[in-house]
Design a protein around this ligand. Structure first.
Ligand code: ZN
Length: 245
């Protein structure tokens, strides 16, 4: 991967920030490089030769923690565990790195816990927020992170769009913005829409303990999710979603 010269220089001089927001298709590879640079003990991090770099590359470095919700949503409980862990000093390295895959799936409570950690956590802790949809993160988190755009076109993230729809529902996004999003959905096929709605439902379920209105939204979406089983057009489904928001 060809990296931005300024970033390469900062890695080499151990001058990395402690919070990054990383977008772009190859964000995971970029995060791995940054994580290695943060724990590297060589002359010019990431040297790729030292023990720390090797462990990071094999994903076995004790001070590089990867949090990957795999579409289930990041529970506040998991984030609280992460917070406790962050206050335990690093095992081997000078820094401790948290790679938050699909950070857009963090609910509001989780995001607020992390925001506080960025602001008041130990200086050795570094946080890498990976996401295809930065707009789903709190503006306060975004403003405290340095944004890095990894190479590669963003994939059409069904996961991100499902989460986005849930955010629209919960935040009562202005109709115009929601409508243009829904019009975009008509171009999807039925299977994609079904996956998107499942993601929306997962996101709403995760939000329900703090946002009672999420349960009502789940009820309204239930018949539409059921209808995805049948031979119904994407355009019809998109219109139906619009009618229940
Ligand atoms: Zn190294």
């Amino acid at each position: 991967m060809s990296l931005d010269e300024a970033l390469t220089a900062r890695m080499a001089r151990r001058k990395l920030a402690h919070a990054y927001l990383i977008t772009g298709r190859d964000r995971s590879a970029l995060a791995d490089t940054l994580a290695a640079a943060l724990v590297c003990t060589g002359e010019r991090p990431p040297c790729g030769q030292c023990n720390a770099c090797r462990k990071a590359a094999q994903n076995i470095h004790p001070d590089v923690v990867r949090v990957d919700p795999e579409g289930e949503g990041l529970k506040a409980e998991a984030v609280r565990a992460l917070r406790s862990d962050a206050f335990i000093r690093p095992n081997e390295a000078e820094r401790k790195v948290y790679i938050l895959c699909h950070s857009e799936l963090l609910n509001q409570t989780g995001q607020n816990i992390l925001l506080k950690l960025i602001e008041e956590g130990p200086a050795y802790a570094a946080f890498l927020f990976l996401t295809p949809n930065p707009e789903l993160l709190l503006p306060t988190i975004r403003s405290r992170c340095e944004t890095l755009r990894a190479p590669g076109e963003e994939e059409r993230a069904v996961t991100g769009d499902g989460a986005r729809l849930a955010e629209f529902i919960l935040n009562k996004t202005p109709p115009a913005e929601t409508l243009s999003f829904l019009v975009g959905l008509e171009k999807r096929d039925r299977k994609e829409l079904a996956a998107l709605l499942e993601e929306t439902a997962a996101r709403l379920t995760a939000a329900a303990p703090e946002r009672p209105e999420a349960l009502a939204a789940l009820d309204r979406l239930a018949p539409i999710r059921a209808a995805c089983e049948f031979n119904i057009s994407a355009g019809h489904l998109a219109g139906w979603i619009a009618s229940v928001l």
